[in-house]
Ligand binder design. Structure first.
Ligand code: NAP
Length: 333
């Protein structure tokens, strides 16, 4: 079960080394928990050592059963990099540590390498609900409240249950405040990143602060749930620039998206339950690099097309999803 390929590593500010590609585990409403757990088994066998999990994906217990079997057969816990995430209905001070303990128990992994606050909003909505759904007591980002949650995240690091904590779906204005007030600074920031949504300012900002960017939806999430689709959305897998590079390399356009992401300095976490695809994705971390000219050509095709807009987190009637992302440089409240 030793990895046959050499995956680059990202050095976090603690000195820990995180594999620069991971397996996503959100089944997008179509891959069952059992199917995702079997993909985790196959992916580890193929050489993956980084898993992106979350309580809300509803499959941590099934993934944990696979991990327990692999540990019993000799896989060492410290060979894996395991992330989980705190869901929005667990931001209350009393809920954070039990939620993390539940994920660790379900995953049967003893500790987490990274634990993230999944969204900076505490607004509950049931998994799978329509984008029109709103929490009746929805709130905007309130920094004092977020820091109460973060203090509990810091305690998880103090206790050793978690090695690193991080953010997800935050903006520069929010990170400015979090970095000002955090005792334990975020080590990673998970953000949507693909050739049609490159987020260069946030990407450069986090790296300049010693935070590693983890890229979700690195392929443009071609099979995302219908509720996460709008007519304006674009697809990087059919972009002529990506397709032309894929033809030169004789690979699927997905591989070009992953090579670009890793060469740029991100850590993509592509999802797949198809062995041929997840093996090919891992090999994107190795082998022929993109040329400088190809990297520049991809930098020029940013369509600023956010796919995961987060509409369910809106807190006022009549708002549009842009309010969640602080586009005017200030935190909307
Ligand atoms: N922090 C957050 O808020 C957040 C939000 C969204 C996602 N995430 C994380 O990011 C992960 C990835 O995002 P995602 O799953 O939405 O999108 P994605 O990784 O961009 O796309 C996944 C889809 O692409 C297909 N695919 C994978 N490799 C392929 C290949 N080589 N050739 C052709 N098709 C391929 C897969 O289908 P097959 O299964 O058929 O291969 C799968 O349906 C999630 O699983 C989750 O862990 C985090």
């Amino acid at each position: 079960m030793s990895p046959a390929i050499s995956v680059p590593k990202r050095r976090l500010y603690t000195g820990a080394q995180m594999p620069a590609i991971g397996l996503g585990t959100f089944g997008s409403d179509h891959a069952t928990a059992e199917v995702v757990a079997e993909a985790v088994r196959g992916a580890i066998d193929a050489g993956y050592r980084h898993l992106d999990c979350a309580a809300v994906y509803g499959n941590e217990a099934q993934i944990g059963r696979v991990l327990a079997e692999l540990f019993a057969k000799g896989l060492k816990r410290e060979e894996l990099w395991i992330t989980s995430k705190l869901w929005n209905d667990k931001h209350a001070e009393a809920d954070v540590i039990p939620a993390c303990e539940k994920s660790i128990g379900d995953l049967q992994c003893g500790y987490l390498d990274t634990y993230l606050v999944h969204w900076p909003f505490p607004n509950f909505h049931p998994p799978g609900c329509s984008v029109e759904s709103r929490s009746p007591d929805a709130k905007p980002y309130i920094h004092e409240n977020f820091m109460r949650t973060w203090r509990q995240m810091e305690r998880l690091v103090d206790s050793g249950l978690v090695r690193h904590i991080g953010t997800s779906n935050v903006t520069i204005p929010k990170l400015e405040l979090i970095l000002r007030d955090a005792r334990v600074k975020p080590a990673v920031n998970e953000m949507e990143l693909h050739p049609h949504f490159q987020q260069p300012e946030l990407f450069d900002y986090v790296r300049s602060r010693g935070i590693e960017p983890i890229g979700y939806c690195p392929l443009g999430s071609p099979n995302r749930p219908d509720r996460d689709r709008t007519p304006e959305d674009t697809n990087p897998l059919v972009d002529p620039v990506i397709v032309k590079i894929a033809e030169r390399l004789g690979v699927h356009p997905a591989i070009v998206c992953l090579k670009w992401s890793i060469q740029r300095g991100a850590t993509p976490i592509p999802f797949s339950v198809n062995r041929r695809n997840y093996v090919a994705n891992l090999h994107a971390a190795d082998g022929d690099p993109l040329t400088g000219a190809e990297m520049e050509a991809i930098a020029a095709i940013d369509r600023h097309c956010r796919l995961i807009k987060g509409q369910v987190f809106l807190w006022k009637a009549g708002q549009t999803w842009e309010a969640l992302w602080d586009g005017n440089g200030e935190i909307e409240c």
